[in-house]
Design a protein around this ligand. Structure first.
Ligand code: SF4
Length: 426
């Protein structure tokens, strides 16, 4: 059993952000939700988002109680949250920016929203920071899908509206929003709590851009999402390794110091020149880098030799043809020139249709049995990538079970060397 193996995730409750964490990186999910490793790291982006949320929560909470906060009071709610949250420990990852830059973006978000929606009578607020959820049956077990909605409102046409505030610096496309699970799951939760709800609208407020985007997913979208969520929960429940997934998200991950992909590079970043010289890992990788460079040089040399040889072969053919020779002698040996005929078939990459036509003609003949072979690599690649559909997967799973004694599961370690960008420039 690998040292990374864990028995199972015992979760019974899943929020959209928890599910998204797994989709982004199973290892980060494990650290946060299974191992529950505490991390107090807060980024300036996260603080900005939470302070803006707090100010707008206070604004609508006041409205629910019959008190309308002025713009100055709403901004003060933002400032109070900022004062409480800001400390030297808050991480600013974007170079060239300081706390004041983030604070003024937050102020602009609050001001823009306030001025764009005052006097706040477009709808009737039902609740702010409302917990919503629903049960979901997965493989005969019942799980709960649950999360917090920024604001739930009733529009004049009696549609429920789920409002979500975003302070992100990027404006997503409509396709991005359609692929976003979070609000669709809240849509399902609203329909669960209010079965009479006929229409539910999802409203995103992209506060930095002063832009609202609205979607109303249909029944088909909701059903497909439930199936996807159920499949994901099954995957999570059967995952015992939680393999790290390297992506742009790693730049923001709070577990880099323990993640197998980043722990050593992070440690090396903080080392003095003396420590670098003594570190066993650094020494091994530096030796590896030397071998990689030698390999690259040899490969280039080989390519050059092959191209020189090709040119020489042409010259030899011309010489031999010009004199009517089929063998040319040198001091160290001789070169014999002969001819052979070869039939070239189309390849799948060059002409897939032509190849298919040939294959289908051959399939009707007894020759097919002689010349066709099982492509196990393709079979298993498709199995791993779930390309064969449910029936195909079942056939392969059966096959693997029945021939288990002949099919070996080999764990191969793959080493890839990444040269540092600044090292390339040296
Ligand atoms: S650093 Fe990247 S790979 Fe490692 S846990 Fe975090 S997100 Fe996953």
């Amino acid at each position: 059993m690998s040292p990374d193996h864990i028995e199972a995730d015992t979760s019974r409750k899943f929020s959209p952000s928890k599910l998204n964490t797994y989709r982004g990186c199973p290892r980060r999910y494990r650290y946060h939700y299974v191992d529950r490793i505490p991390r107090a790291v807060e980024t300036a982006e996260a603080l900005l988002g939470s302070c803006v949320h707090e100010a707008l929560e206070k604004l609508y909470d006041g409205l629910l109680r019959g008190k309308k906060l002025t713009l100055a009071e709403t901004l003060e709610a933002f400032h109070a949250a900022w004062r409480a949250g800001w400390s030297e420990a808050v991480l600013i990852k974007r170079s060239g920016l300081g706390p004041q830059d983030y604070k003024s973006v937050g102020e602009q978000c609050v001001r823009g929203y306030y001025e764009g929606h005052a006097p706040f009578d477009e709808d009737k607020t039902v609740a702010v920071e409302k917990r919503l959820g629903f049960p979901l049956e997965v493989a005969e077990e019942v799980y709960r899908i649950e999360g917090f909605v920024d604001r739930l409102a009733l529009a004049p046409d009696k549609a429920f509206e789920i409002h979500d505030y975003k302070t992100t610096a990027n404006l997503p496309s409509r396709q991005d929003l359609e692929a976003d699970w979070q609000l669709v799951l809240y849509d399902i939760a609203v329909r669960h709590s209010w079965p009479e709800a006929d229409q539910v609208r999802l409203v995103w407020h992209f506060l930095r851009f002063g832009k609202d985007m609205v979607l109303s997913p249909g029944l088909e979208t909701r059903s497909a999402l439930l199936a996807e969520v159920a499949a994901l929960i099954q995957t999570i429940k059967s995952d015992h390794e939680f393999i790290p997934h390297k992506s742009a998200l790693c730049d923001w991950c709070e577990y880099r110091d323990i993640c197998p992909l980043w722990a050593h590079p992070e440690k090396v970043k903080a080392m003095s020149p003396g420590e670098l010289k003594r570190d066993e890992g650094v020494k091994l990788v530096d030796q590896y880098a030397v071998l990689e460079s030698s390999k690259k040089e040899l490969k280039e040399k080989l390519r050059q030799i092959e191209s020189d040889q090709e040119a020489l072969e042409q010259a030899l053919i011309v010489f031999a043809q010009g004199h009517g020779f089929s063998s040319v002698a040198g001091a160290e040996g001789s070169v014999t020139i002969s001819e052979k005929e070869e039939m070239r078939f189309p390849t799948r990459a060059q002409a897939p249709e032509a190849l298919e036509a040939i294959e289908s003609e051959l399939k009707g003949t007894p020759l097919w049995k002689e010349v066709s072979r099982l492509d196990t690599h393709r079979l298993l690649e498709g199995y791993k990538r779930k390309e064969w559909g449910a029936e195909g997967l079942e056939i392969i799973a059966r096959l693997l079970a029945r021939h288990a004694s002949h099919i070996e599961l080999v764990r191969k370690k793959i080493l890839r060397f990444h040269r540092r960008k600044d090292a390339e420039a040296d």
